[in-house]
Write a protein that binds this ligand. Structure first.
Ligand code: PRP
Length: 209
């Protein structure tokens, strides 16, 4: 009987590049995942491993896994914290490391009692300020969050910082670290059970890296 094909959802872009060495150590060749330049296929078949890789927008990986359209996935802890999926999270992959922070203009002394906070992560931001007893007005934006304080849209931002370059070039400074973020392996709970020893082997491969 042929082995059931296991579906792994991975994020396109930055994290995929960081993930390639991890996958190579798990026996998946980089070229099989990345393809040639101009390759727009969103499914990569790895028949020798009885595996199929789906290339997704980073934020969508947990959705595919939660619904069982993928058995495993690689996604940032930021997305998991923001949206609260019911997923098994067996391995922290230690890649895509960054921090979720509160940042403001360097010249700002203190935040007002009811600060306006621009962010792509409204739940994380609201929970962070609520924990401090601060009722923030959270303003959802999709990107270029750093423009918030500079343009008067917001008093502060909650966003990811990796090198700190974007903050620096926009005259913002870190006020608080909200969460340490990295990429994690996630699994659909039912698929993980059904796959039994195969699932354990996949988790072991990623975990041992
Ligand atoms: C992320 C994040 C910051 C930037 C931080 O944005 O929202 O803007 O990276 O990186 P740095 O500390 O190394 O400068 P991204 O580039 O993913 O684009 P986005 O705004 O479209 O999410």
């Amino acid at each position: 009987m042929s082995e059931r094909v296991v579906t792994l959802a991975v994020p396109k872009g930055r994290v995929l590049k960081a993930l390639v060495p991890v996958l190579e150590r798990a026996g998946v060749s980089a070229s099989a995942i990345l393809g040639d330049e101009g390759d727009r296929r969103l499914v990569r078949e790895l028949p020798e491993l009885a595996m199929r890789v789906l290339l997704l927008k980073p934020d969508d990986v947990p959705t595919w896994v939660e619904y069982g359209a993928a058995d495993f996935g690689v996604c940032g802890r930021d997305v998991l914290l923001e949206r609260g999926y019911d997923l098994y999270q067996p391995v922290d992959l230690g890649i895509g490391r960054c921090q979720m922070v509160v940042a403001t203009e360097a010249s700002r002394a203190a935040l007002p009692d009811r600060p306006r906070v621009a962010t792509k992560y409204p739940r994380i931001a609201a929970a962070h300020f609520a924990k401090q007893g601060v009722q923030a007005e959270v303003i959802y934006v999709q990107g270029s969050v750093e423009l918030g304080p500079i343009t008067g849209l917001a008093d502060a931002i909650v966003d990811l910082v990796e090198t700190g370059e974007t903050l620096r070039q926009n005259d913002l400074v870190v006020r608080e670290v909200v969460h340490e973020i990295s990429s994690v392996l996630v699994a659909n709970r039912a698929a993980h059970k059904l796959l039994g020893a195969r699932a354990k082997e996949i988790v072991r491969l990623f975990g041992a890296l």
